[in-house]
Design a protein around this ligand. Sequence first.
Ligand SMILES: [Zn+2]
Length: 319
Amino acid sequence: MKRVVTGGELTQRDMRPADIIHSYLTHVQDDIARFGLLEDARERDCPACGGQGAREFERFGFEYHRCRMCGSLFVSPLPAGIRLAEYHAEGAAERFRREHLLPSTADVRTRHALIPRARWVLAAAAGRLGLYPTFAQFGTETPQLLDLIRASATVVSWPDTSQPERDQVQADGVIAFDELERAADFAGGIHRCRRTLRAGGLLFVTTMSGEGFELCMLGQRANALVPPVHLQLLSRRGWNEVLAREDFRIVEYSTPGELDVQAVADVCRRDPAGRLPAIIDQLVHTDDEQVARAFQGLLQQACLSSLVHLMAEALRHGV
Ligand SMILES: [Zn+2]
């Protein structure tokens, strides 16, 4: 299976400016109360494999559980879908993210996220999907990303997969970037991606890992963890389980994240009470930039960084 490792110059300060992140998280907590996300929520088992979870920590009132079977991290009780939809459509936090957080980090996101992601998709498409493949994006469309994809592919609107009898677009590729972790109906989301793809087509997913270094070290103190955006953060085993059920085969699983070591160092510097194991503490707080970079590189090699890029092929016996 393919695995990509990157070496970058990305800094936590550029990608997650502290004052803006603080304001955003304040809005998030206000909206959680405003839309009653913690009311009439329902208990659930692991959305990846159906296994039982053990409570690991709480953040902003949401309980995160670790699956005893596959190691995925998930919110339970799960907020009602209609309340989540209101949060995303009408909330101040999402508006702040669109109008302040994303514009203030637009340059760095273009260089470190949008362009590498478009190149990743187009390189895989050139090797596996033939000339001018057709792509559809699951969830909220990202116009800038789709413009980059259009250089070598056709982009179509997401088909209405709710009506089985209607003619469906059979896309060569489906892009699901930073979407599946927030889906109130996770299994349904994966199913819709599969139904939109032809046999041999490719699903491209980016998401946060449930077993990445930042989350495992920081738990509820991880600033990158934002309920209700992160409802399910799967482990590698969890992705294998859920994708196999929909007749997918994973052909690439990489974790090219660049910020784990910096993020853990920042939080522990501000809050020395949260102790790390001694040897991890030395590696995280090293003054030697080469060592810090090598440690982050090792996390990528071991697929234990926080950012997951995965590519899966739709097999012939699909739905
Ligand atoms: Zn599980």
